[in-house]
Ligand binder design. Structure first.
Ligand code: PXP
Length: 252
């Protein structure tokens, strides 16, 4: 295997649905965004079906699963309702995330360690249906070991704390968060887990994460959709791709 492996970009299209839902109609259509994202170089499409359906809808998931020619990564909470939907839609992968209705976005990682008994049957059922299972966790060795013990094939490392610190100019906190992600990526790969990362990434923060050789996929949404307002969706994705590739090219 060549090192580092290629770095995939999963484009999260949730916030196309946020804009659509602001008026309750059909425009802009997340499926159209997904098809355009694929043309612009997205390797996969990510969508989060939240329990309150604030952005992506059940119908969006069904259409995405049917009509895109890229792997669909369905983010969802570990609930019976979501499991039923996943088993019906059969996405390429499910990323289990923690979810509280009152949060604005996914605010922390999944407690894979503390919730072992709750999560185990969901992971088993998804794997039995040939759906890859990813756990969205903090960059923390306890959570990595728990993800491995639970039989997840993938971990997605939460980059939120790193991005928040960067946005607030908190250099020490930013660097400490980045160091935790670097260490976690190394440990995850040594455990045989596929390593992804995401949450809050932007043009300013993506490169140090893209330069971590064990990470093979980044899932990025809010920034790309926001930037698309100014530049268009394709140029926004192409620029993110360029920055990722540039950072990756420097990795030996
Ligand atoms: N990865 C996971 C697991 C997420 O929950 C989210 C947000 O839905 C993202 C990545 C993308 O985060 P952002 O929209 O901030 O780029």
């Amino acid at each position: 295997m060549s090192f580092p492996p290629a770095l995939r970009l999963g484009v999260n299209i949730d916030h196309v649905a946020t804009i659509r839902n602001a008026r309750g109609g059909r425009h802009p259509d997340p499926l159209r965004a997904a098809l355009m994202a694929a043309e612009a170089g997205a390797d996969g499409i990510t969508a989060h079906l939240r329990e309150d359906r604030r952005h992506i809808s059940d119908e969006d998931i069904a259409k995405l699963a049917r009509e895109i020619d890229r792997p669909l990564n369905l983010e969802m909470a570990a609930t019976e309702e979501m499991l039923r939907i996943a088993l019906q839609a059969k996405p390429h992968a499910v990323c289990l995330v923690p979810e509280r209705r009152e949060e604005r976005t996914t605010e922390g990682g999944l407690d894979a360690s503390g919730q072992h008994n709750h999560l185990a049957p969901f992971i088993r059922a998804l794997r039995e249906a040939d759906i890859r299972v990813s756990l969205f966790i903090e960059a923390n060795p306890v959570q990595l070991d728990a993800a491995k013990a639970l039989g997840a094939q993938v971990v997605e490392l939460h980059t939120g704390a790193y991005c928040e610190a960067a946005a607030h100019g908190q250099i020490q906190e930013r660097d400490a968060a980045l160091a935790r992600i670097v260490a976690a990526a190394g440990r995850a790969a040594a455990l045989g887990l596929e390593v992804h990362a995401g949450h809050g990434l932007s043009y300013d923060t993506v490169q140090p994460i893209a330069a971590i050789g064990q990470i093979v996929e980044l899932n990025i949404g809010h920034f790309i959709i926001g930037e698309a307002i100014f530049t268009g969706l394709k140029p926004a994705i192409e620029q993110m791709r360029r920055l990722m590739d540039e950072a990756r090219a420097g990795v030996t």
